[in-house]
Design a protein around this ligand. Structure first.
Ligand SMILES: [Zn+2]
Length: 324
């Protein structure tokens, strides 16, 4: 069986062709083109699927599609996405359209959800029974493996850890989703930037303040570079990041009693600075049992979204074949 993984983003679409052993046979990154509308955009993805199908005529092809936003995984519909700039794509029937062009029914799910499956297969080798995967980037997403199966919830939205509340919903900082007090408003890149700017006002002479002043565009990497130089403000920013993340993660662990938590995504690259304070929060919970043996893993793999989509499609189709 051949698995095709499609990772749709607002700027790029990543396409992967994989075999059942989990090897990447082909990888492509194309710009998300808005020129020919939503239909033209999907046609481009369908062309890739059809080409691949023609390339491996004697093999079954499975397709997985990870889309950002609110996805109905059962109907394969992207209900809502604030990052894609197509018009009229609310309730966008991705699976139906791709099936019409390719003859293959794709498995469509939220991108962070499929990335979580990628982590489970590639990073954990399916070790662990109940796993929470937290994706740290511009947004804070998540995915869940429960009883060794990908758990998508009743509506396909399970794992929205970024929008669980860790501060006052009345006075907490505003999140991109419109609410206040969300975890993402503290540890998403915009939340980190806000805390950096607040810190700079208080410590204008700090190494971080000077670095931010020199660079035109703020990058999270600056906070790590300043921390590397021993800047107390930068170290405090990471320490607080670990603290906030610790609260968010402990809330999930208390609710789900997972055995493993994996941190992934760009911001997890700074784990060495924020992990001690994160672990400190986990180790100082009143209810200790779910935290005693909890495994905390950090993994960075920029391919994991598309790889997860391809591998999940292979997994699901293999299962279907077995029950036929
Ligand atoms: Zn939010």
């Amino acid at each position: 069986m051949i698995g095709i993984g499609v990772d749709i983003g607002g700027t790029f679409v990543k396409l992967y062709v994989m075999n059942e052993r989990g090897e990447i046979l082909r990888k492509e990154k194309i710009e998300t083109s808005y020129e020919h509308g939503a239909e033209g955009f999907l046609k481009q993805i369908a062309d890739f699927i059809n080409q691949t199908k023609a390339q491996y005529p004697d093999q079954q092809t499975a397709v997985g599609v990870g889309a950002p936003g609110d996805v109905d995984n059962q109907r394969g519909v992207l209900r809502y996405n604030p990052n894609l700039k197509f018009k009229d794509v609310d309730d966008w029937p991705l699976a139906d359209i791709l099936q019409r062009h390719t003859g293959i029914r794709p498995h469509v799910a939220n991108d962070a959800t499929l990335a979580a499956w990628g982590v489970y297969e590639r990073v954990l080798n399916r070790q662990g029974t109940n796993v929470l995967v937290v994706t740290l980037g511009t947004g804070v997403g998540g995915g869940l493996i429960l009883n060794k199966e990908l758990y998508q919830g009743s509506n396909g939205t399970a794992g929205e850890i970024g929008h669980t509340k860790i501060a006052s919903v009345k006075n907490g900082p505003q999140c991109g989703c419109g609410a206040r007090g969300c975890l993402e408003a503290f540890v998403g890149t915009i939340g980190i930037k806000r805390r950096v700017m607040e810190g700079i006002l208080e410590h204008p002479q700090s190494i971080l303040a000077k670095m931010v002043e020199q660079e035109k565009n703020f990058k999270i990497e600056l906070v790590s570079r300043a921390a590397e130089k021993g800047c107390p403000l930068a170290l405090k920013i990471w320490e607080d990041t670990g603290f906030f993340l610790g609260i968010g993660i402990s809330n999930c662990v208390l609710g789900l009693d997972t055995d493993t938590v994996v941190l992934t995504g760009g911001v997890s690259g700074a784990a060495k600075y924020f992990l001690p304070s994160l672990e400190n929060v986990l180790h100082h919970q009143q209810i200790q049992t779910p935290f005693k043996k909890l495994k905390l893993v950090v993994s960075q793999d920029p391919n994991i979204g598309g790889v997860g989509a391809a591998m999940y499609a292979i997994y699901r189709e293999t299962k279907t074949n077995l029950t036929k």
